[in-house]
Design a protein around this ligand. Structure first.
Ligand SMILES: [Zn+2]
Length: 145
């Protein structure tokens, strides 16, 4: 995947910060820990990008999620119907439902990554800066914790 580094596709697929691509956006690496699937870090540790830019920012990821779900359902149908030769509508419906349920955490994360990468792109300068240079340049506002 190294050859994609510096592209939005790399950040979308790996779940790394869209600006520097050096840190992981989520608190938990494993998407299947369901209580933490969508738990984002507050900011990037390297470039200090605020991931949840504004309240409800990730509602828009539902559009991406919907299109990913439809694409996956069509792909499942093609595999089940044409490659596995299963013609029973009930089994086709069950396999599409099963695939969508099993892959739900991955679809959720992928759609958030894609949604964020639509708005924010890679910044080579910030990626090559040290953490301290980024901190001097763009100090995060102090927040009460
Ligand atoms: Zn970053």
């Amino acid at each position: 995947m190294k050859f994609l580094k510096g592209t939005r596709l790399y950040s979308s697929l790996t779940g790394t910060c869209p600006v520097c691509q050096k840190t992981y956006m989520y608190e938990e690496h494993n998407a299947y820990k369901l209580s933490k699937t969508l738990l984002l870090k507050e900011r990037c540790d390297h470039c200090f990008l605020k991931f949840n830019m504004e309240p409800s920012f990730f509602f828009g990821a539902m559009y991406v999620s919907y299109s990913l779900g439809v694409a996956l359902a069509v792909a499942t149908f093609i595999i089940v119907f044409f490659f596995l030769g299963i013609k029973d509508k009930l089994y086709i419906l069950l396999s599409i439902t099963g695939v969508l349920i099993v892959l739900m955490p991955i679809i959720q994360r992928l759609s958030r990554n894609i949604w964020l990468n639509i708005f924010i792109g890679y910044d080579r300068r910030k990626a090559n800066n040290t953490r301290e240079e980024n901190l001097m340049e763009n100090p995060p506002m102090m927040t009460k914790k």
